[in-house]
Structure formats: structure tokens, C-alpha cells
Design a protein around this ligand. Structure first.
Ligand code: ATP
Length: 896
């Protein structure tokens, strides 16, 4: 049956929700207990294509090209060049066309690189699905799902394709991505009636792109790719366009306002030229060329490039940016709230201390003493670790057991004492269970032990001990229990940084039909305590220190015991003093929002937290004006991740639900990677600022030159070709090379940037106007001098000073504070390369005879060229002076 072709599995398929489960698998030609064969799956993949949505971020090349010419001013320029070509100089027209084309090519190249970088990021974020093939469950990229596949879902998963559900255990799905309805929908497997049933009412289906918030299920794939419900609307979604990041939006707004100012100036220049008797066509071309060169319409696009390239680099630090806006806002983070287990610690557990009635065992120094067997049996049986089928294990230190590291450690411990989990599971089969949940902080499993039914409970001591009314004594018989004394023992272990679990048992007359926590987890007999060590990650302490230097407060939020949390937090430097207060979940629950707000900025460690409490912490911090990054991995963490300014999900341990809600994904679940991302985010933002500083200063210089020349009685200093050429040389590649600029040395020693701070803060606007004026002043001085000394090639000199001045400027503004001789020319090779290349091109335009008539240039003699270089040197020195002044000012401020 498995090889049978599905009759129909596309959008023209039957109404799957009206079929019953058996009919569905028959139509799909699959045996639900075995799944498809590999050959059949390959055949279907060839037939139906990959399970991918149409569209995506990749734009075709011609669309990129068209976008470049979609700029109104460029079109006006081309039209004006055409007209002037028809009535006058043909070469001018051709050269202008050529320059505009090269400029557009650079634009296409930039966009293409950004798209590539984004597509690579998306590929990394691609979800996977658990599918049954040839009788085995395996994990495959969701793209490889085909109609007829049997897919398993569990809480936290994103549904990979449209499924008709055939087995359901309390499944609830968040379908808001598809229906907009934010309440989770409960699912079942019964056939439904009504062909026109709305998507939200098709309760026996699970749709691609929706998120499982609770329970488990198995379903058969009935549609993939564009045939899915999501695929049908994906085209509409695709057309909604890219969302701009806040910075891009602000820049676009600013650009629009600036456009009017520049157009106004261009009109003034045009009119002034006419009044002085310049030819109208020349003046029109000059004004339009200036508008094209000076209007910063490309700024948002360049920001995308810098963000996307930066995001690609962040992958090297094991951080995946799901949204570019997260990259941009990283530099504003003031609080990083992190999970403990696995993020700050290694999540490699090892049981170190055991306590049973009257006995202690330090695992490293001796073999298991007598009397620990009941405790170890419980730890092995009330345990969901499973043997890895084959291949390397995901976790577990010896690579044989998989599952929660706490549980793997317990299985390994029991093995030391000669208890084998597989054998025990076979002898004393599990009959029922009350699964672990982070709110109850315990779990129970029911087993048949010979003739008896025994339930084993394991969990946090405060959760288990109060439910015990006796303890198994040294003689193997129950004795009365002193709960307070045991709690104190647990506390003492926790204070050493150990994670402590209590284990207990209870005999039942029969297996409870539907186990209930309140009834079945009471009247227990305590077996003992286990203390597990989970050492901090070696890099955590350094990352914490770096955070604090950078003005960021690291905060630990954990489900673990306050004493454990405090000990670890102290060890890695989150707490300076081991006696500092730790806020616990129950305490937090009893505080109202105002009380929490009053304390939230001072608390460094939250322990015994429910995941649902994270959102209160985020909100309280935000109300206090903080900018919060918050980590999370489970379904319950999603609201807090969404609410945080930057949600950070775990890539290895986390769920799809958490990843969907997050802006960043930590590929190695490591706290230090968040700090590396912050450093990278700050560097990227700095580089965006540097680019804007460079490009806008150049534009301002061009405007000043053309505006001031007639005012001081000088003739038109530049021809349209010159303006466009300077713009081409200086705007495109050198600016992009700034993406490679390494971070400033004080990057992680300065406070976070206020999120609303203008891009032009810290004197940048004054710099743009002032240094633009300086470059323009030098151009005009040289022009005046050359005219005065009757140099025929004065225009070539102005043109060259403008180019060289901008190159000197970009070298100088590579750092906002550091002198160039400290940075060294070699610390940014791409930039040095483009600067040298640009100088070579400029020299070619001056000295290659064939180019002289085209660019209206003349060869300069050595003295004149020296003068141009000298002017550039002046620009460089002036910027260095400004930086030295700024250094002195910050030093002064620091010593106050
Ligand atoms: P973090 O929130 O930093 O990741 P955590 O992993 O300790 O910390 P939870 O998984 O919510 O947080 O666990 C909370 C508590 O529940 C633990 O401190 C432990 O006492 C108990 N616990 C954890 N795992 C198990 C388990 N598999 N069985 C029984 N109890 C457990």
C-alpha cells in the first residue's frame, strides 16, 4: 500500500476535513504505522516539488536593475542628458548614461549581496519536521515533506505542511498566522461536515505555519508548498513588501525632507547660473546632476546592506538574526535577562551528592554505599531519558543516553551502582505518568513492581518534601519525617551551587485511571535527595564582566532553587556578593506591579520562576525605561520573547514557537554569544553612522561648492560629468567597505545607546555641515588661486580636490575617536583597496589623454597635483584635530 500513488493531494484535492482518518491515509496511499518508503518519498518529492512557499526574499536580477532606475531624479537626469545630446554634445550624453549605469550596477550589486546574506540567514532558520519513514521516526528539513508523509507534532513545533490529524492527545494549535485568531484551537480526529467550513473550524486539520502550543499529535500530510492554505495566501503576504527597520524608516523620512531642501538649493543654483549668463541647458544639467548626487535616496538601502552583512557575520558568533531590526537595536540593550540552565551553565549534569536517611554519598570518592538502591531505582524509573538509537547523542556525557541532562545524569549515576535503566524498565514497566511541568516542578511515574503498583515522584525539594509524610529509614522501613530538617539539608546542598532533586515513592492499590497531581502525589515516602552539579560555562564569567563594563546589567531568571541560583550567579559575577537578595517566583507572585517596578532594576537573580512570570519582569523593566533582551526556549516563554525589545530563542534546545517569537536565535544556546551579538550590533551601528557621516559630508561639500561659487563671484566650478563622477567614486564602494571596519576599542566600555537617539547625535550634523564647508572652501580657494594665476586647468584641480578631499575624509572618519595612525591603514583592507583604486581612477581621468576630452580634464603638473594632495592632507588633519578634541573632552568628562 505504501507505494500506491495518492489519488489527489493538491489544492484540487477532496475536502480533507470531511474524510475520516482511515479514508485519508488510504487516499494518500500510506501505512500510518510505517510511513512512506524512502523511494516513494523521493518519487513524490520529484512529483510535487519541495515543500516551499512561492516567492521569498530573493528578487530577480532584472527587478533589482529596474529598482535602480525607479528613482525619479535619475530618470529626469537621463531625460535631460538625452535632450542635451540631441542638441549639443553627444559625448556628454554617453558619459552621463555610462556613469548612471555604473552607479546602478553598484546599487544592484549591493542589493544582491544583501539579498544573498538574508537568504543564507533564512536557510539557517529553516524548520525541521519529525516524520515516519520506513517504520522509523526521523527528523528531516520541513522542505522535504511530501503528501502522504506521517508527521508527529508536539508542543512547541511549527506545523511543516497541511496535515489531516489521525491521532491527537490534547493538541492545541495557535493559528493566528493564518486566521488572525490568537486563541489556540483544540484539535481532534473526527470527520467534520460542511464543505464551506472556515479554516479556523477545521478542527481535525493542522495547517502549515501554525504553532503547536500544547499536546501531541500525528497527522498525514495532505498538501505541501504552494498547495497549502498558507501557500495560497503567501503570494498576498509576499506583496506586503519588506518591513523597514526603525532606523531605515527614520532615514527614509529624513531623506524625504532633505530632498525638498536639496531641490530648493538646486533651483537656486540653476537660477543664479542663468542670471550670470550660463547656458540654460548646462545649468539644468548641473542642477539635476547635483540633485542626483546629493539626494540621499540610497541611505535606507545601504543600511540594509550593512545590517545584512553584519547579520551574516553574527552567524560566526553563533547568533542568527531573524529580523534586521534586532541587529540594529542590539546596541541599545541595557538589561540581558538570561536563563540559567544551558545558557549560563553547561547543561552537562553530574550527580555529585546523595542523601538518604542517615547516609551520605559523595559520588566521586567511593562506590555506592549500602542503602541507596531504592533512591537510585526511583531516579532511574521516574526518568524519560532514552537510549540514542545510533549516531552521536545530542546530549549526555557518554553519548549513549539522550534526553534532559538532569535525567541522563541520574541514569549514568545508577549505572555506576550497577542499575541498568533498560533492564529496569523491562522488569517494572511504566503504566501511567504525570509528566513534568515547570510550574509543578515535579513528575510521577507509576510502575508494576512484582505484584505491587509503585509510583515514583521526583522534583524540586520544596515541591516534593511537603507531600511526604514519612521517610524510608536505614533499615528499609518507613519512619516519621522531619520535613524542615530535610528542607534545610536541601538548602545546604543548593547553597553549594548544586541542583537538588527529591525522590519519593507511594504504593497504590491500582493504577489510577486518570492520575491527578493533588490526589496521587501526596502521602509520599521520601527516598532521599540527589545534588547535581551543572558547572558554569567557562566563558560565562568573562561575558558577564564584559556586559557590566558595557553598561548592561545581566540578570539570571531560572526555575532552579534560589540557593543554587545565588551560588552560580555569584560564581560567574552576576552577583557581587553571595548574600545579595534573590527574588523568588512565589515572592514575585505576591507583589503588585508597582512593588515590582520599585525593585526590578536592583534584582539580579530571579529563582523558582514560572516561565509565565518572565513577561512581568520584562514589562516592569520597560516601564522603568530599560531596553530588555530576554532569552527563552519553551512555548510559555513566547509571550515574553515577543514583548521584550529583543527576544532571544535557543537554537539547540528551544522550540519552534519560541524561535518564531524571537528576533535572535542563539545557535549554541550560550550566554556569551548574546554578548558577542551586542558587540557586533554596536559595531554595525557605528559603521552605519560612519557611512552616513562620510556620504553626507561629501554631498554637503558638493552642494557648498556649487552654491557658494557664484556668491563669491567664481564661475561654475564643476561640470555635470564631474559631479556625477565624484558621486560615483565616492558614494558606492568606499562606503560599502566601511562594513569591514573593525569595532572601536571602547565599543564595550561605553554605555548603551538610548534607543530614540538620533543617528546624527554627538555632533554629527555639525560635522557634516562643517567639514563639507571645509572641503568646499578648499576647492574654491584653489579655484580662485588657479584662475588668478591664469591656470587653464582650474576646473580639473577643483574636481581633483573634491575627490581627494573625500577620500582623506573617509580615511579619517574610520574611527570616531582614534587617530588613523593608531588604527593603522592595514586594519581595513577593503577600504584601503577602494581608496587606492579610486585614486588610480582619478589619476587616469586626469592623465590618460583619451579620457581628457570626455571628462573635460587636463593633465596637472606635479606642483598642481601636489597642491591637490596637500588640500586633502588638510582635510585629514582637520578631522584628526576634531577627534583629538573629542578624546580630550571624554577624558575630561571621565576624570570629573
Ligand atoms: P532554567 O530556567 O534556568 O533553564 P531550570 O532548567 O532549572 O532552569 P525548569 O526546567 O523550569 O528550570 O526546572 C525547575 C525545577 O524543576 C528544577 O530546579 C528542578 O528542581 C525541577 N526539575 C527540573 N527537571 C526535572 C525533571 N526532569 N524531573 C523532575 N524535576 C525536575
Amino acid at each position: 500500500m505504501a507505494t500506491e500513488e495518492p489519488r489527489e493531494a493538491t489544492s484540487s484535492a477532496p475536502d480533507w476535513h470531511r474524510q475520516d482518518a482511515r479514508q485519508t491515509v488510504e487516499i494518500c496511499g500510506v501505512d500510518p504505522d510505517r510511513g512512506l518508503s524512502a523511494a516513494e518519498a523521493a518519487k513524490r518529492l520529484a512529483r510535487w516539488g519541495p515543500n516551499r512557499l512561492p516567492g521569498g526574499t530573493q528578487r530577480s536580477l532584472w527587478r533589482l536593475v529596474l529598482e535602480q532606475f525607479n528613482d525619479f531624479m535619475v530618470l529626469v537626469l537621463l531625460a535631460a542628458a538625452g535632450v542635451s545630446g540631441l542638441i549639443g554634445e553627444r559625448t556628454d550624453t554617453v558619459v552621463i548614461l555610462l556613469i548612471v549605469t555604473i552607479n546602478a550596477s553598484i546599487g544592484v550589486f549591493q542589493r544582491w549581496r544583501a539579498d544573498q546574506a538574508l537568504a543564507a540567514l533564512q536557510g539557517l532558520a529553516a524548520p525541521r519536521a519529525r516524520v515516519r519513514r520506513e517504520g522509523q521516526w526521523r527528523s528531516v528539513p520541513a522542505e522535504e515533506l511530501v503528501p502522504g508523509d506521517i508527521v508527529a507534532l508536539e508542543a512547541g513545533d511549527q506545523v511543516g505542511a497541511d496535515l489531516r490529524l489521525i491521532e491527537v492527545a490534547q493538541l492545541q494549535v495557535d493559528e493566528s498566522a493564518l486566521t488572525g485568531e490568537s486563541v489556540s484551537v483544540a484539535k481532534h480526529t473526527e470527520a467534520l461536515d460542511g464543505p464551506q467550513l472556515m479554516l479556523g473550524d477545521r478542527a481535525n486539520m493542522a495547517f502549515k505555519g501554525t504553532l503547536v502550543t500544547h499536546g501531541r499529535a500525528i497527522g498525514v500530510v495532505v498538501a505541501t508548498g504552494s498547495a497549502t492554505e498558507l501557500g495560497k495566501i503567501a503570494r498576498l503576504l509576499g506583496e506586503a513588501g519588506e518591513r523597514l527597520t526603525p532606523l531605515q524608516q527614520r532615514l527614509a523620512d529624513f531623506g524625504r525632507r532633505l530632498t525638498w531642501v536639496i531641490l530648493g538649493i538646486c533651483i537656486v543654483i540653476f537660477v543664479a547660473g542663468l542670471l550670470r549668463g550660463e547656458p540654460a541647458l548646462l545649468m539644468a544639467l548641473t542642477a539635476i546632476s547635483l540633485a542626483v548626487a546629493a539626494i540621499p535616496e540610497a541611505l535606507p538601502a545601504v543600511v540594509t546592506v550593512l545590517l545584512a552583512l553584519g547579520a551574516r557575520k553574527m552567524v560566526r558568533h553563533h547568533v542568527l538574526a531573524r529580523r534586521l531590526s534586532a541587529v540594529e537595536s542590539l546596541g541599545s540593550v541595557t538589561f540581558i535577562c538570561s536563563d540559567k540552565t544551558g545558557t549560563l551553565t553547561r547543561n552537562r549534569m553530574h550527580a555529585e551528592r546523595l542523601l538518604a536517611s542517615g547516609r551520605r554519598w559523595q559520588t566521586q570518592d567511593a562506590q555506592a554505599p549500602e542503602g541507596f538502591e531504592p533512591l537510585l531505582r526511583a531516579a532511574t524509573l521516574c526518568n524519560d531519558a532514552h537510549r540514542a538509537p545510533q549516531g552521536p547523542a545530542a546530549s549526555g556525557s557518554d553519548g549513549r543516553w539522550r534526553g534532559d541532562p538532569t535525567e541522563v545524569a541520574l541514569v549514568e549515576l545508577a549505572a555506576l551502582a550497577g542499575l541498568d535503566k533498560s533492564a529496569l524498565d523491562a522488569q517494572t514497566p511504566r503504566l501511567a505518568e504525570l509528566p513534568f511541568d515547570a510550574t509543578r516542578k515535579r513528575m510521577t511515574s507509576f510502575h508494576r513492581v512484582g505484584e505491587r503498583i509503585l509510583a515514583y515522584t521526583k522534583g524540586a525539594p520544596e515541591s516534593v518534601l511537603p507531600r511526604c509524610n514519612q521517610v524510608l529509614g536505614a533499615n528499609g522501613r518507613p519512619e516519621p519525617i522531619d520535613v524542615a530538617a530535610w528542607l534545610a539539608d536541601a538548602e545546604a546542598l543548593a547553597a553549594q551551587g548544586l541542583r537538588v532533586l527529591a525522590l519519593a515513592q507511594k504504593e497504590h492499590a491500582a493504577v489510577p485511571g486518570a492520575p491527578e497531581p493533588e490526589r496521587d502525589e501526596s502521602g509520599l515516602t521520601l527516598l532521599g535527595l540527589v545534588g547535581l552539579i551543572d558547572p558554569p560555562r567557562p566563558e560565562a564569567a568573562h561575558a558577564v564582566r564584559e556586559c557590566r563594563q558595557a553598561g548592561i546589567t545581566p540578570v539570571m531568571i531560572t526555575g532552579d532553587h534560589p540557593a543554587t541560583a545565588r551560588a552560580i550567579a555569584h560564581r560567574i559575577g552576576i552577583l557581587d556578593d553571595a548574600r545579595e537578595a534573590v527574588l523568588s517566583g512565589p515572592e514575585l507572585a505576591s507583589m503588585d506591579d508597582d512593588a515590582l517596578r520599585a525593585r526590578v532594576r536592583a534584582v539580579r537573580v530571579y529563582a523558582r520562576m514560572d516561565p509565565a512570570q518572565k513577561i512581568r519582569i520584562v514589562e516592569a523593566l520597560q516601564r522603568e525605561g530599560e531596553f530588555v533582551a530576554m532569552t527563552g526556549d519553551g512555548v510559555n516563554d513566547a509571550p515574553a520573547l515577543k514583548r521584550a525589545d529583543i527576544g532571544v530563542a535557543m537554537g539547540q534546545g528551544g522550540t519552534d514557537v519560541a524561535r518564531e517569537a524571537a528576533g535572535l536565535v542563539l545557535l549554541d544556546d550560550n550566554f556569551a554569544s548574546i554578548v558577542a551579538a551586542v558587540r557586533e550590533g554596536r559595531r554595525i551601528y557605528d559603521n552605519i553612522r560612519k557611512f552616513v557621516r562620510y556620504a553626507m559630508t561629501g554631498n554637503s561639500a558638493e552642494i557648498w561648492v556649487l552654491m557658494l561659487a557664484p556668491m563669491v563671484g567664481l564661475p561654475l566650478p564643476l561640470l555635470p560629468i564631474h559631479i556625477l563622477w565624484v558621486n560615483l567614486l565616492t558614494d558606492g564602494l568606499p562606503g560599502l567597505a566601511l562594513a569591514a571596519e573593525p569595532g572601536e576599542p571602547d565599543l564595550m566600555r561605553r554605555p548603551p545607546r538610548p534607543p530614540k537617539e538620533s543617528l546624527f547625535a554627538h555632533g554629527m550634523a555639525a560635522h557634516i555641515l562643517g567639514f563639507g564647508l571645509l572641503i568646499a572652501g578648499l576647492c574654491l580657494a584653489i579655484q580662485a588661486w588657479a584662475l588668478h594665476s591664469a591656470q587653464a586647468h582650474w576646473q580639473t584641480m577643483v574636481f581633483t580636490v573634491l575627490t581627494f578631499g573625500q577620500l582623506a575624509h573617509i580615511l579619517a572618519i574610520r574611527s570616531e575617536t582614534q587617530a588613523l595612525w593608531r588604527l593603522g591603514l592595514r586594519s581595513n583592507w577593503p577600504l584601503l583597496g577602494t581608496v587606492l583604486g579610486t585614486i588610480a581612477l582619478q589619476l587616469a581621468v586626469i592623465y590618460v589623454p583619451a579620457l581628457n576630452p570626455i571628462f573635460r580634464t587636463e593633465p596637472l603638473d606635479v606642483a598642481d597635483l601636489g597642491l591637490c594632495l596637500g588640500s586633502a592632507l588638510l582635510v585629514w588633519l582637520a578631522v584628526e584635530g576634531e577627534k583629538a578634541w573629542r578624546r580630550r573632552r571624554t577624558r575630561g568628562a571621565a576624570s570629573l
